[in-house]
Write a protein of this length. Structure first.
Lengths: 154, 397
C-alpha cells in the first residue's frame, strides 16, 4: 500500500521534476552565449553567491518582475561559487524557490576571471543584476535592487 | 589589460606544487569537492628562522606543510584537525597560521556547517614545531547558531594571541525582535596562555560588513590593530580602524576610509594593513563607487587617508601590503580574459612614491588571494593557484 502511494506521488511529481533544469557549470567559453541578446525582451542574469545575505531578497524581487511579465523577461541565475559546491548551491536555490529557472554556477575555483568576462566594470559584489536587451543594450546593477532601480528596468 | 610583456616574463618563481594526498571523504565534509578539487583558501607564513609554512584545506582537514628554506619543496602535510569538519576555505575565508613564543605554532579557521551561514571560529596549537596539534577548541564563547567567519589571527608583542571575526548574533537578535540592523558586528578576543583558553569575546563595533575578510596588524610596540569593512549610515561601505588593547581597556573603532561606496551587497573584498616602525599605517582597500578600484593610502583614523594612490581598476582584486623599514610592497591579482597576473608595486620612500606596477607571475587558471611575506627585508608573495602553491620572489623579476 505504502509503495503504491509512493509511486503515485512520484508520478505526480515527475512533470515538476522534469521541468526543473539542473544546475549547469558556467565556463568562460559559455559566457558569449549567455551575454548574446535575446530574440525579444530582456534576459535577466541574477548573479548571487552562497555567502551573500542580500541575494535571496534580490532574487525574490526579480522573480516577481519576471512572473508579472513572463513574455517580456527570461531569468537565469548564476552562482559565483564554484560548481564543485553544486549540492549546496542547488539546495539553496530550492530553498529560495528558484528551482524552476535555468541555473549556472562558476566552473572555476575562483570567480574573478568569470566576473570580468561577464562585465569588466563589475568587481564581484553580489547580488549583481545584468540585463541583456534584445536591441543589444545592457545594464548592470550591483546590490539589492531598490525601487528606483526597479523603475529603470525596461 | 595585461601586456604580453608580463605574460612572457621569465618564470623565476619557485613553484612548490602541493603534493597533497587525497584524504578520506566524509558526509560531514561540507566543502568536499566533487572531483577532489581543493579550495584555494590557504595562508602562508615565514617564521623567525626563515622557514616557510603553509596551511590549506583538503577533505575537511586543515593541513600544515613546512619548508626549512623557501627554495625547497614543502614537506609532507601534517593534519591539524584529526576529525574532519567543514573548514571554510573559499572566497575570502582561509585557514590562518601564526607563531608564538617557544616555537609555538597557532592555526585558526572557521568551521561552517552546511546549514545557512552559521559558523564557529576554531583554533589548534602545536608546541612541538608542528609535528602534532592539540584538539581544536572553539574560540567564540557564544556558540548559539549564528554567522561567524572572515576570522583573523595575530600574536601581540607580549605573546598574547588575538582572534577576531565577523559575527551575526546581533543581527539575528535584532531580526528576531523585529528591529532593523545593518550588517553584522566585529568581535575579538585574546588568549594570554598560548591558546589554551580565550577570554569571552568582546564586540568592537556594530554594523560591520557581512562578507569581507578582516585584517589584524601588529604595531612596533607589539600592540594589535584591526582594519575591516564597516557600514556607515545607509549602506555606505567604508572601513574602520581600531587598536585592540590588552586587559579590560575598551577599544574604539574609528572610520578610516571615506569612499562613500553605497551598496546593499556583499563585496567579498576585505582590506589589508601593515604598520611600520614609525607607526605609519600602510593600507590597501577596495571600493566600487565609480567602478572597481583598489587604493593604497596611509590611515589617519577619523580623517581621510594620506598619500592615497589608485593602484588597480577593473579586473584588479584582493590586494595585500607589507612594510620593512622604508620599503613598502603592494600586490594584487589582475585578471583579463586570458587569466591572472600577479602584480607588484614597490616604494622605497615609505609609500610616498611607488615604482610602476609589474607583473611577477601569471596563471591561466584560478588563483587565490595573494599574500605578502617578509623574510627579513626580502619580500615574497604566496600565491595559491589551481596549478599548485607558488612562492614568488619579488626580487627575481
Amino acid at each position: 500500500m505504502r509503495r503504491r502511494i509512493f509511486l503515485a506521488l512520484l508520478t505526480l511529481a515527475m512533470p515538476a521534476l522534469a521541468q526543473a533544469p539542473p544546475l549547469q557549470p558556467l565556463a568562460a567559453s559559455d559566457i558569449p552565449a549567455l551575454l548574446k541578446p535575446p530574440a525579444h525582451g530582456t534576459r535577466i542574469i541574477a548573479i548571487w553567491a552562497l555567502d551573500c545575505v542580500y541575494c535571496e531578497a534580490n532574487m525574490r524581487t526579480l522573480t516577481n518582475v519576471v512572473e508579472a511579465h513572463p513574455d517580456r523577461y527570461q531569468l537565469v541565475t548564476v552562482a559565483t561559487d564554484r560548481y564543485a559546491l553544486h549540492t549546496q548551491i542547488a539546495a539553496r536555490l530550492a530553498a529560495m524557490h528558484m528551482g524552476g529557472y535555468p541555473a549556472r554556477a562558476y566552473a572555476e575555483a575562483s570567480p574573478e576571471r568569470l566576473n570580468f568576462l561577464l562585465n569588466p566594470k563589475w568587481g564581484g559584489e553580489t547580488p549583481r543584476t545584468e540585463l541583456i536587451r534584445a536591441d543589444g543594450s545592457r545594464l548592470g546593477i550591483s546590490g539589492e535592487l531598490t525601487p528606483a532601480q526597479m523603475r529603470m528596468l525596461p | 589589460m595585461i601586456t604580453s610583456r608580463f605574460r612572457h616574463a621569465r618564470a623565476l618563481c619557485w613553484a612548490l606544487v602541493l603534493g597533497l594526498l587525497p584524504l578520506a571523504a566524509s558526509g560531514h565534509d561540507m566543502k568536499m569537492d566533487m572531483a577532489g578539487e581543493p579550495a584555494l583558501g590557504a595562508s602562508a607564513a615565514i617564521d623567525a628562522h626563515g622557514g616557510l609554512w603553509l596551511v590549506s584545506e583538503r577533505g575537511g582537514h586543515v593541513l600544515l606543510q613546512h619548508a626549512a628554506d623557501p627554495g625547497t619543496p614543502l614537506g609532507t602535510p601534517v593534519m591539524v584537525n584529526a576529525k574532519p569538519e567543514a573548514v571554510y576555505a573559499t572566497g575570502e575565508n582561509r585557514p590562518k597560521i601564526a607563531f608564538g613564543p617557544d616555537e609555538a605554532i597557532y592555526v585558526q579557521w572557521t568551521e561552517k556547517p552546511a546549514a545557512g551561514w552559521v559558523g564557529d571560529v576554531r583554533f589548534a596549537r602545536s608546541g612541538d614545531g608542528g609535528k602534532t596539534f592539540s584538539a581544536p577548541i572553539t574560540v567564540n564563547h557564544d556558540t548559539a547558531p549564528a554567522t561567524r567567519g572572515f576570522d583573523s589571527l595575530a600574536v601581540a608583542g607580549n605573546g598574547d594571541i588575538v582572534s577576531a571575526w565577523i559575527d551575526g548574533r546581533d543581527s539575528a537578535a535584532a531580526k528576531a525582535a523585529g528591529k532593523p540592523y545593518a550588517g553584522f558586528a566585529f568581535y575579538y578576543t585574546r588568549s594570554t596562555d598560548g591558546g589554551r583558553r580565550f577570554a569571552p569575546e568582546r564586540k568592537l563595533m556594530d554594523h560591520s560588513c557581512e562578507c569581507c575578510r578582516t585584517t589584524l596588524a601588529r604595531k612596533a610596540d607589539g600592540g594589535i590593530t584591526a582594519f575591516f569593512r564597516a557600514i556607515y549610515g545607509d549602506n555606505i561601505r567604508d572601513h574602520a580602524f581600531a587598536v585592540l588593547p590588552a586587559g579590560d581597556a575598551a577599544a574604539h573603532a574609528e572610520r578610516a576610509t571615506f569612499s562613500q561606496w553605497q551598496v546593499a551587497a556583499c563585496p567579498d573584498h576585505g582590506p589589508g594593513l601593515a604598520i611600520d616602525a614609525h607607526g605609519v599605517r600602510h593600507a590597501v582597500w577596495y571600493e566600487a563607487k565609480d567602478g572597481p578600484t583598489i587604493w593604497y593610502g596611509q590611515l589617519d583614523p577619523g580623517h581621510a587617508p594620506r598619500h592615497v594612490l589608485k593602484i588597480g581598476g577593473p579586473g584588479a582584486s584582493h590586494a595585500d601590503v607589507a612594510v620593512h623599514g622604508n620599503t613598502v610592497w603592494l600586490t594584487w591579482n589582475q585578471v583579463d580574459a586570458d587569466g591572472y597576473t600577479l602584480m607588484l608595486r614597490r616604494s622605497d620612500d615609505g609609500g610616498l612614491h611607488f615604482a610602476a606596477p609589474r607583473g611577477i607571475a601569471t596563471s591561466a587558471h584560478a588563483v587565490g588571494s595573494p599574500q605578502l611575506l617578509l623574510r627579513g627585508s626580502h619580500a615574497f608573495v604566496a600565491w595559491n593557484t589551481t596549478d599548485g602553491f607558488k612562492l614568488v620572489d619579488t626580487e627575481a623579476h
